[in-house]
Every structure is written in structure tokens, then in C-alpha cells.
Write a protein that binds this ligand. Sequence first.
Ligand SMILES: *Cc1c(COP(=O)(O)O)cnc(C)c1O
Length: 232
Amino acid sequence: MSDIAIHLDAVRQRIAQAAAAASRDPASVKLLAVSKTFPASDVRAAFDAGQRAFGENYVQEAVAKITELGALRGEIEWHFIGPLQSNKTKVVAEHFDWVHSVDRLKIAERLSDQRPEGAAALNVCLQVNVSGEASKSGVEPDEAAVLAHKIAALPSLRLRGLMAIPEPAATQGEQRVPHARLRALLDTLRADGLDLDTLSIGMSADLEAAVLEGATMVRIGTAIFGARDYSK
Ligand SMILES: *Cc1c(COP(=O)(O)O)cnc(C)c1O
């Protein structure tokens, strides 16, 4: 068994245990393997261990990997989770199945306009700044509803839910606070008529807190692929 296969098993067990603690079906939590900075061969090793959904942050790096793994394109679901500039929306609209990091109408409109004809609608999440820190990404919670309704109306997108990257916190209790805030916002939007099924929260350090607060998709990098080396 490869190291990646062993790590994947451990992460699946963490999800199962957290789901059990929350009285949730573990199958209601989807695992997104965040492969940024790691080579296509590592994605392949995770694929061979049964993983099918992968998250990437950097457009050029991601497209190189998607191309290299072209033979698996029909079986892998690619998720863009990084900051997205408007000059990169076309490439993202052409290559990805999901975008988690939409936080402006202009970006959403471009993704919708640039989604290739005949392709399925691009699944998107609205990124929300739930930590209230000086974070540069994410719409403010009190502006989320107006933006969500506008995005939901775009023809080539399917708004699936909300995503957040909270500030790191040391204890599970503290980790749960922003997650709970995002979940409450999702509930509000659903009560308001939006058909949303995705709460994208939880990384290697706060997976359990996220599952306890209702995460339907956890984005795990380090715990699967190891520490990232940004010097390369
Ligand atoms: C890198 C990244 C992750 C994975 O983080 P780990 O702590 O390595 O699990 C998840 N979500 C986003 C948006 C990321 O950029």
C-alpha cells in the first residue's frame, strides 16, 4: 500500500468517527483531496486508492495536471478552490467541474459566460468570510444573500452552497464557531428558497469540527499528501 493510500484510509476513518459522533451518515460527507503543489503521480496514487474528487488552487499547475491525467478525465471530478482572478476564469470554466471560491458577481458572470457550450452547468460555491478577520477572500456574511440569488440566476452555473476558510483555531470548540456561522447562513438561504446542498468546510486541522457542524464536503491536503513545499 502506498503512503498516500494509508493516509487516505486514516482520513476516511476520521470522517467516519466524526460522522458517528454527530449521528450523521459518513456517506453524507464527501472527501475532496487537495493536491496543490503535488505532482500528477500523487493524484494517480490517490486515484488508485479509490479517491475521485481533487481540489486545486493554482490554475496553471492544475491545468497541467488535468492534461497529464487526461485519460482519467471522465472519472475524476476537479474542483477549483483557490483565489480566482478574472483573467483566469475562462481556463477554469473550461477545465473544472466545481469552483468553491466565487465571491464576486463579476467572476460568476464570467464563469457562466465562458462555460463551454454543451458542458454541464459548472457547480459553484459562494465563499464567505466568516472569521471577520482581515481576510481578503470571501463575501461578507450580510452581503451573501443578495449575491447568492444573483449567482443562482446565471444560466451556466449551478449554485450548490457555501464555502469558508476560517482563521486557524486551537481548540475544537473555537473551530466550530465560524463553521456554525456558515451553516446558519446556509440554512437561511435555503429557507429563502435557494436549492443548496453543499457546505464546504473542514481542512486537515479542523475536519472533525467541520463534520460536527454539518460539512458535506471536506477539503483535505496535508493529511493525505504530506506537508507542502512551496519552494519548488
Ligand atoms: C490548501 C487548501 C486546503 C487543504 O488544507 P490542508 O490544511 O492541507 O488540509 C483546503 N482548502 C483550501 C481552500 C486550500 O487552499
